[in-house]
Ligand binder design. Structure first.
Ligand SMILES: [Zn+2]
Length: 257
């Protein structure tokens, strides 16, 4: 639970406000609180990383407030802890009053939740489930340039689950909407919390079934079939999209090389 940080407290320090994180020297601060002048601020433990406590301090510093994306190349466990901190900071900031009765909220002492002091409604951080899928057609992958990434990279198709939808339905619908392709043989691969802002990416592989690519110009700039050994610019390492593409390339290579 939240308490005043003393000079003896030590561990990893997630100092975050408004989706920014404090990264002095481009690193997540690690060590005793006194070393970073954090004593006296209010903080809470939010987990452990490599045997040390990870602390969240909901606070902004005058310099070195950066995007969490700068930690994408760090160990994935550390990135997830920092992502948890940034998202919790935003959750607490956006839940100061109850949406039902307007009463003041207090932070739960036992879980990541806010409780209304008047009507006792309980609120949890919202996580948006999002699918990402690579479609394989023999020795080729379907990759697309998304309207929302203006950086020239080609990546997998992706989209958010809608209310009342299974993930399988989300994948089929998103692929049809964005590319007009029918898929088959859908398999779940892995997941990655993606705190930009609060998604949980669930990665799938699928095989091409039928149809010709016809893109939705609201979502995609371009899409095409790329041979596994002639790929365009890809998303960076550390993203689940990159892993999904590399897994598919390995499958193609084992069959076609
Ligand atoms: Zn209430």
């Amino acid at each position: 639970m939240e308490r005043e940080i003393t000079g003896e407290d030590k561990g990893w320090w997630v100092v975050s406000q408004q989706n920014k994180i404090w990264l002095p020297g481009d690193k997540l601060p690690y060590g005793p609180a006194a070393e970073f002048s954090l004593s006296g601020l209010s903080g809470r433990p939010i987990g452990e990383w490599q045997g040390d406590t990870v602390w969240l301090i909901n606070h902004s510093r005058s310099q070195n407030m950066a995007s969490l994306r700068q930690l994408l190349n760090e160990d994935s466990g550390l990135f997830r802890m920092a992502g948890r901190g940034v998202q919790l900071a935003e959750f607490y900031r956006s839940h100061r009053y109850c949406g039902y009765c307007g009463g003041e909220m207090q932070h739960s002492k036992t879980e990541f939740a806010c409780l209304c002091t008047r009507c006792h409604e309980r609120y949890y951080p919202q996580i948006a489930p999002c699918i990402i899928v690579v479609i394989r057609r023999d020795d080729k992958l379907l990759l697309a340039q998304h309207v929302r990434h203006r950086n020239g990279i080609y990546t997998a198709l992706a989209g958010f689950a809608e209310v009342g939808e299974t993930l399988e339905q989300t994948v089929t619908r998103e692929v049809m909407e964005e590319s007009s392709i029918r898929i088959k043989n859908l398999r779940y691969i892995a997941s990655q919390p993606w705190p930009f802002p609060q998604s949980l990416m669930m990665a799938f592989l699928a095989d091409y079934d039928s149809g010709d690519i016809c893109i939705d110009p609201e979502e995609l700039l371009d899409a095409g079939w790329y041979r596994y050994d002639e790929l365009p610019a890809l998303p960076p390492a550390g993203t689940i999209a990159r892993r999904l593409i590399e897994d598919t390339v390995a499958l193609c290579r084992s069959e076609y090389q």
